[in-house]
Write a protein that binds this ligand. Structure first.
Ligand SMILES: [Zn+2]
Length: 400
């Protein structure tokens, strides 16, 4: 049994830090949390005096098989690229113990997820959307994936007027997908100005209904306020991106922010991806200032915000990007404590797994990060990672 003793606990709930706290682990789970806990005989104590214990971070929007290398395919299966392996390691090094795949090869990503779950791989926990729903001819299959037949076959469900949407959702559920991903956008991410086909609202509503009937939740890619309003109306569970590169529609009406705040829908604004991609499409106007402003308005309005990075795509450094996203949320108006809660307990709630992981309390997964300096003094101290545990196992150790 491992006991982490005398740490300052920041438990991921958004509550204040708790000094001189002990955390007892039992296998892959947290057994007890408290002050001055008696150690069971044979327990191995790790004195963390002066250090800070947090839940492992969560990246709610990632692509395990995408590549930072522009010479490789924009997304690939696990047997044709080293990106899966590299990304798993980078996540753990940066204290990221759970990721949600927002579009990857099937069945590869589900196989890796299962191996990770069994403890057969050094890996963060993976939750995975299966093949993504998109309009035939639209984004991403016919923009960033260049219409590549292999990618279209393994990553995309191309929606046409006569597509059996309910049957496709049921097939994803049978295959074991954790989430359903929808693209709701008419922007071409490779050319500006250029529009591509977009799903209709009734199509999105049918997919959402079918997903919920199968016990699956829906994440929805949007590129601007119009898409976002439509996604909200269709009842999706999480909205991804908000204002993305190569779009023209930059303003948010206060009424839309209010509706969003009053809804059950969460938003992962993937600020780091938009910031790093801003200006990369010839002729497209900069959108980063508008996104920064919109996220500030969302924080003010009380919109439920999660942390996702679009990690894996070019320019977005895997693992580290979670820390960049927390820094950007801090800059947009969150406190350090709120930004940390967003990346841990908040993200677990967004992913509907708050009873499984994301905060430090008895019964939850022992996915933990130890920091050498106080992240509430400076959010950049979340990078001062000394120890990472995934399911009770030490997977990264820089304590000494
Ligand atoms: Zn993405």
């Amino acid at each position: 049994m491992l006991a982490l003793t005398h740490c300052t606990l920041i438990d991921g709930s958004g509550g204040p830090p708790i000094p001189d706290t002990d955390v007892l682990l039992d296998g892959d789970a947290i057994l007890r949390v408290g002050h001055g806990l008696p150690l069971p005989p044979g327990a191995q104590a790790l004195d963390l005096t002066g250090k800070f214990l947090l839940p492992g971070f969560i990246d709610a929007h990632t692509h395990l098989g995408s590549s930072a290398d522009l010479k490789r395919p924009p997304v690939a299966g696990r047997f044709v690229t080293y990106d899966y392996a590299q990304h798993r390691e980078q996540a753990l090094e940066w204290g990221v113990t759970t990721v949600r795949s927002a579009g990857d090869y099937m069945p590869d990503v589900l196989e890796v997820r299962d191996l990770a779950e069994q403890g057969a791989l050094r890996s963060p926990r993976i939750l995975a959307a299966g093949k993504v729903f998109q309009a035939d001819g639209g984004h991403p299959g016919f923009s960033v994936y260049f219409g590549d037949p292999d990618i279209l076959e393994h990553v995309c469900i191309l929606v046409r007027e006569d597509t059996d949407l309910e049957g496709e959702v049921a097939a994803l559920a049978r295959a074991g997908a954790d989430w359903v991903k929808i693209f709701l956008s008419d922007d071409n991410k490779m050319k500006y100005p250029c529009t591509v086909p977009k799903l209709t609202i009734p199509q999105v509503e049918r997919i959402v209904r079918a997903a919920h009937a199968n016990g699956l939740s829906v994440m929805c890619h949007v590129d601007d306020a119009t898409d976002l309003e439509q996604a909200l109306t269709a009842g999706v569970d999480t909205i991804e991106h908000v204002i993305n590169v190569a779009t023209q529609d930059h303003t948010f009406a206060p009424a839309l922010l209010e509706r969003l705040a009053d809804s059950d829908t969460w938003v992962a604004p993937t600020m780091v991806a938009t910031k790093l991609h801003d200006g990369s499409i010839p002729g497209a106007p900069p959108v980063w200032p508008a996104l920064h402003k919109a996220v500030g308005q969302m924080i003010q309005a009380g919109v439920k915000l999660g942390v996702g990075c679009d990690s894996g795509i070019p320019f977005v450094p895997y693992g580290e990007c979670v820390h960049m996203e927390m820094e950007l949320l801090r800059d947009a108006g969150m406190s350090e404590l709120q930004a940390i809660a967003a990346a841990t307990g908040g993200n677990a709630s967004m992913l509907k797994r708050a009873e499984q992981f994301g905060t430090v309390r008895p019964g939850l997964a022992a996915d933990l990060v130890v920091l050498g300096s106080d992240p509430l003094q400076d959010i950049r101290n979340t990078r001062d990672i000394r120890l990472v545990l995934r399911a009770g196992q030490i997977v990264f150790d820089r304590l000494i």
